[in-house]
Design a protein around this ligand. Structure first.
Ligand code: AMP
Length: 308
């Protein structure tokens, strides 16, 4: 039983109020795979890269149980490149550059050896390609999760709606939930999104945590209050990787277990923002992860006596 992750493997250039990077490794599937690898292996990756993507990065991921049979390499072309600049609040950012490069030619193929996957994470990618991946599966996985972003709502809303219909769970941030549903209230937004197809909706609110909706049930998990947030890039993908990594590890997709998965995802996201890019995810140990999970338990645990 394994996990399939699709998305971008990319170069990013990031500017925050605290610093600036040249091209560093990024991409939705890169962050998600690093994060999920702390909980489940192997991870069967679907992406496309150019000849410029460093072999050392592939080797490091491979040492974490990530497999690349579904990653197409176009030797003479450039990898996807994204550049963004964060505002002072570190919650909002402007996209400066999106160079699709190899992504323009991406025609994802699910290898035969991936057909046994019981969990599928569709990271941020063109919605038509996300759907193309689902359509190639011979057996429906236990759980299909998708992430998306405002970029696709602006340019490919019809395609996005078709893909949303086919997944079990969608993750969006609060602004995207409002844009997708046309509702300001996140409760109403989640209800409307569930009417589009998914049985579960996760709405991420950056430093204010995340909400999980299913039918009439709602669960809220805070984000860990951190002294310093250095670079929020990839927080959403890292959250997604931790969330689905935990579900794949425990093989339990009940609402109760999704509550734990949200905490796991939040704990992983709290690491990634501590340094630029994926760096922090590459250095943390299982003990670091356990300690951080315990910090979450302490953060939200309280006893109250209710006097009638
Ligand atoms: P997040 O901060 O979780 O939204 O993810 C940021 C990552 O998503 C970066 O590493 C980018 O390379 C990648 N990314 C940015 N824009 C897109 C896009 N339009 N499609 C796919 N991946 C993207």
């Amino acid at each position: 039983m394994s996990l399939m992750i699709a998305g971008t493997m990319a170069f990013d250039a990031i500017e925050t109020p605290f610093g600036k990077t040249d091209k560093i490794i990024g991409g939705s599937a890169t962050y998600a795979a690093w994060s999920a690898s702390h909980f489940t292996q192997p991870i069967k990756q679907i992406s496309i890269i150019g000849g410029d993507f460093p072999q050392g990065e592939l080797d490091a991921l491979s040492a974490r149980g990530v497999q690349f049979e579904g990653v197409e390499v176009l030797k003479d072309e450039k990898s996807f490149f994204w550049s963004g600049k964060y505002h002072m609040d570190m919650n909002t950012r402007d996209t400066l550059i999106t160079d699709l490069n190899v992504l323009e030619k991406f025609d994802p193929k699910v290898p035969e050896s991936y057909q046994d996957c019981e969990f599928l994470m569709l990271g941020n990618l063109m919605p038509s390609l996300q759907r193309q991946i689902i359509e190639q599966l011979k057996n429906r996985p236990k759980l299909i999760i998708m992430d998306t972003m405002n970029f696709w709502m602006d340019i490919a809303m019809d395609e996005l709606m078709k893909t949303i219909k086919m997944v079990d769970l969608i993750m969006v941030n609060d602004g995207e939930a409002r844009q997708l549903s046309g509702e300001y209230s996140l409760v109403k937004a989640a209800q409307k999104i569930m009417e589009m197809g998914p049985k579960y909706v996760i709405i991420k609110k950056g430093e204010h945590g995340a909400l999980l909706f299913h039918e009439k049930q709602v669960f809220f998990a805070p984000a860990l209050p951190l002294e310093d947030v250095f670079d929020p890039t990839g927080a959403g993908d890292t959250f997604a990787g931790g969330f689905i990594g935990h579900l794949a590890q425990t093989k339990d997709i009940s609402f109760e277990n999704m509550k734990t998965a949200i905490i796991v995802g939040s704990a992983m996201a709290s690491f990634v923002v501590e340094k630029f890019g994926t760096e922090r995810l590459t250095e943390i140990t299982n003990e670091d992860v356990m300690n951080r999970l315990n910090q979450f338990v302490d953060l939200v645990n309280f006893d109250i006596d209710i006097v009638a």
